[in-house]
Ligand binder design. Structure first.
Ligand SMILES: [Zn+2]
Length: 415
């Protein structure tokens, strides 16, 4: 089992401030597992599983097809006889982290290092800090469960492959549905500086492959120019983006809370052609769109598909083997705040902060709300530090998260 037992002076907390050592120990332990999305997360999952089983809990694992990655779902049961698994509150986080390739880190990204009032390491804020805090709280929750004092079950859901398109969480959701567990609420601990995020946009990424027909550039009539057709489609994507940004009927009251208060759509990459004197037979580009919660992803996709069909028909009239392929690379649904009013007021009470936020980055929250589980995002650290070189979490944020979770547990406890 990989375990970081480093005790050098670098990793000691600033001695005159009492920081939550247990949560920091857990965070350090989690960071030591290199769970970059392209790698297996099983060592981390096995470590958490062993810990939960020592506490007497039964974990549920769901695997990817290659069986080298797993989600873990575990319930601290409630009720007088500690037999109630249904309802309750899910605390959710992802185990995978983004790569460190090409980044010049000051210290090893997989060795948690405290400098000043910050803990550095890949995943420090996105989002092993939250998971560490929840794991720290777990023994206390189990004790309350064993004495019949836990009023509502607490679930921990940790997933794989969030960073590459939220691929793990749907397996958890399908699994608990099959087991008849319908949680009342979910809190996703992505970094929000412990503020309450009540909604986010959806994200879709598409790869578009335009198959034309090669010919010498002096014989254009014999070819079908893939770049030319790609550029027509890109022109259409830009027009649609412009139109969506002005479409009054797509705006709802709450949308003004987004930094960009409309759905966005833009082309990101393009490749095509081999030589100036050859009519190109292939051009590929990608585009990304971020839909407001009350718009569906189809609202944007369907007109693009219609344009693809129109242009493909034109191309095929000239050469039947040509055409345009549209391939979805990422599709993460928006998170809506439509049903979470009760959860929002609970969080506002626990954090002493009424302020609600809406953001443009996507999380697994949309998958939870789509499954009928009202969800908010609230976790330690800042999204500003996520994915960056020398990612860190401020120690005070971990402390704030511990306090928040403690209050949350208190609110679930029969005194
Ligand atoms: Zn994240």
């Amino acid at each position: 089992m990989m375990r970081n037992n480093s005790t050098d002076s670098d990793s000691q907390a600033n001695s005159d401030i009492a920081y939550p050592t247990q949560s920091l120990d857990w965070l350090t332990r989690l960071i030591a597992f290199d769970t970059v999305s392209r790698h297996s997360n099983l060592a981390l999952i096995e470590d958490v599983q062993a810990y939960c089983e020592q506490l007497g809990l039964t974990v549920d694992l769901t695997f990817n097809d290659a069986k080298n990655k797993a989600n873990l779902f575990v319930t601290v049961p409630a009720g007088e006889n500690a037999d109630q698994l249904n309802h309750g509150l899910v605390l959710s986080g992802h185990t995978d982290v983004v790569p460190v390739d090409g980044q010049e880190w000051t210290s090893d990204p997989f060795t948690a290092t405290i400098r000043g009032d910050k803990l550095y390491g890949r995943g420090a804020c996105d989002m092993k800090g939250f998971i560490g805090c929840v794991l720290t709280l777990l023994p206390q929750a189990v004790k309350l469960s064993n004495t019949g004092q836990l009023r509502r079950p607490l679930h921990l859901a940790v997933s794989f492959d969030e960073e590459v398109g939220c691929l793990g969480a749907p397996l958890i959701l399908a699994d608990i549905k099959a087991r008849g567990i319908t949680p009342d609420y979910c809190i996703v601990g992505e970094p929000t500086n412990m503020a309450m995020v009540v909604a986010h946009k959806g994200i879709s990424i598409y790869r578009c492959r335009v198959h034309g027909k090669s010919a010498h550039s002096s014989l254009t009539a014999q070819g079908v120019n893939a770049i030319s057709y790609a550029s027509r489609l890109i022109g259409y994507v830009d027009e649609l983006a412009e139109e969506i940004s002005h479409r009054d009927d797509t705006l709802s009251d709450g949308d003004a809370m987004f930094d960009v208060p409309y759905s966005t759509l833009s082309v990101g990459t393009i490749q095509g052609g081999t030589a100036t004197n050859i009519v190109p037979n292939l051009c590929e580009f990608t585009f990304d769109y971020r839909n407001l919660p009350h718009m569906t992803q189809d609202d944007i996709l369907i007109p693009i598909q219609a344009k693809v069909a129109e242009l493909s028909a034109q191309m095929q009239a000239r050469a039947p083997e040509t055409g345009i392929e549209l391939i979805q690379a990422v599709g993460v649904p928006a998170m809506t705040d439509s049903d979470s009013a009760e959860l929002q007021s609970l969080i506002a009470t626990l954090t002493n902060d009424e302020q609600r936020h809406k953001v443009a980055y996507a999380t697994e929250g949309g998958q939870f709300t789509n499954a009928g589980i009202p969800t908010i995002i609230c976790g330690p650290g800042s999204i500003e530090q996520a994915h960056k070189v020398d990612e860190y979490v401020e120690l005070i944020e971990i402390e704030r998260c511990d306090t928040f979770l403690q209050k949350l547990l208190d609110s679930c406890t029969i005194k």
